[in-house]
Design a protein around this ligand. Structure first.
Ligand SMILES: NC(=O)c1ccc[n+]([C@@H]2O[C@H](COP(=O)([O-])OP(=O)(O)OC[C@H]3O[C@@H](n4cnc5c(N)ncnc54)[C@H](O)[C@@H]3O)[C@@H](O)[C@H]2O)c1
Length: 259
């Protein structure tokens, strides 16, 4: 029960990584507030977790919606100990085929949404004597990738936001860390599914040069979030934690160690 009696807001928890983080947090004793724009999915996740878990519909790009969400959570539970900024959107496509509107939408959700979340919970966490904010970025916040300029820009911005707020809020015992997974819910890239299916060999090769040569599971991402949310990480702030099977350590070249 690493998160016993903690109150945690998890955005984008209606499905995918956020839903698994919500489940793992509840298993560790947290009261979880499931946030998403997908109302039916979000409600279903909260129903499975059972009360005191609850769903709150909120578009994270809407500052007033954040104010009302945090107000409701404090009215109901008296505190916010943990915020997981997990909600995000993806856009795939070369830079010349990415419109300014697509770039802005990705940046609004992935960077501005997290900024507004941190802004909304800071005073409540400070009054409580501290808290833990976890920003779910991506391996794309640590390197570049073709076809992902809007998403990559937004995730580097999120990582920058984590560093700046870790420094700013550290004196209030509010920790801010970034989780950088090398995978997540395939539903996120479903809109490009047909085109991606023609690149199966290339995607396989991408996964298979890494030291641990497989895709990351959602539970493996959620377990890192549990650690960062817990008091075990009480002196850990301002860091990026890749959950990538060593992808950034270097490429494994088959046969070289047998020479
Ligand atoms: N899918 C991947 O391969 C992958 C890889 C690395 C990192 N990530 C990151 O992991 C996190 C979780 O993504 P996922 O893989 O579970 O994908 P997902 O698409 O299943 O989850 C994203 C969730 O965010 C919600 N959301 C989107 N816009 C929102 C808004 N404006 N307000 C509130 N909620 C909103 C969606 O409804 C969805 O439930 C994201 O930050 C994503 O960038 C994903």
């Amino acid at each position: 029960m690493l998160l016993k009696s903690k109150v945690a807001i998890v955005t984008g928890a209606g499905r995918g990584t956020g839903a698994v983080i919500a489940r793992r947090f509840a298993e560790e004793g947290a009261t979880v507030v499931v946030v998403d724009v997908l109302e039916a999915e979000g409600r279903a996740v909260a129903d499975i977790l059972e009360a005191p878990a609850a769903f709150h519909a909120c578009d994270i790009t809407d500052e007033l919606a954040w104010t009302s969400l945090v107000h409701d959570v404090v009215a109901q539970h008296g505190r916010v100990d943990v915020l997981v900024n997990n909600a995000a959107v993806l856009h795939m496509g070369g830079i010349e085929r990415t419109t300014a509107a697509e770039f802005r939408r990705v940046f609004d959700v992935n960077a501005l949404g997290a900024f507004l979340g941190i802004k909304a919970v800071s005073a409540v966490m400070r009054a409580n004597g501290g808290g833990s904010i976890i920003n779910i970025a991506s391996i794309d916040a640590l390197q570049g990738m073709n076809g992902l300029s809007a998403y990559t820009t937004s995730k580097w911005a999120l990582r920058g936001l984590s560093k700046a707020t870790a420094v700013e809020l550290g004196r209030d015992n509010i920790r801010v860390n970034t989780v950088c997974p090398a995978g997540g819910n395939p539903a996120m890239y479903a809109p490009w599914g047909e085109k991606l299916s023609g690149l199966a060999d290339e995607i396989d090769a991408y996964h298979h040069t890494r030291p641990i040569a497989r895709n990351v599971t959602l539970d493996e991402i959620a377990d890192v979030a549990v650690f960062l949310a817990s008091d075990l990480a009480r002196m850990v702030t301002g860091v990026d934690v890749p959950v990538d099977g060593g992808h950034l350590a270097g490429d494994h070249v088959r046969g070289f160690d047998a020479l």
